[in-house]
Write a protein that binds this ligand. Structure first.
Ligand code: SF4
Length: 53
């Protein structure tokens, strides 16, 4: 697993988390919004999240 230092992340429950450091291991992630128009940080999330297997 490689650490992508361009994508910081503290979601340790995700299978793509680098674990030893607070980064993602993917080369690319999709950021999504939950509402038609995003007005707060809570409206956005990582769409590449996958639960630990
Ligand atoms: S896929 Fe998203 S939630 Fe999972 S480690 Fe990467 S940035 Fe974090």
């Amino acid at each position: 697993m490689t650490t992508n230092r361009s994508i910081g992340c503290n979601v340790i429950e995700c299978k793509h988390h680098a674990k030893t450091e607070s980064y993602c291991s993917l080369n690319h992630i999709d950021v999504v919004k939950h509402t038609g128009t995003a007005t707060t940080v809570e409206c956005t999330d990582c769409g590449s999240f996958e639960p630990q297997g």
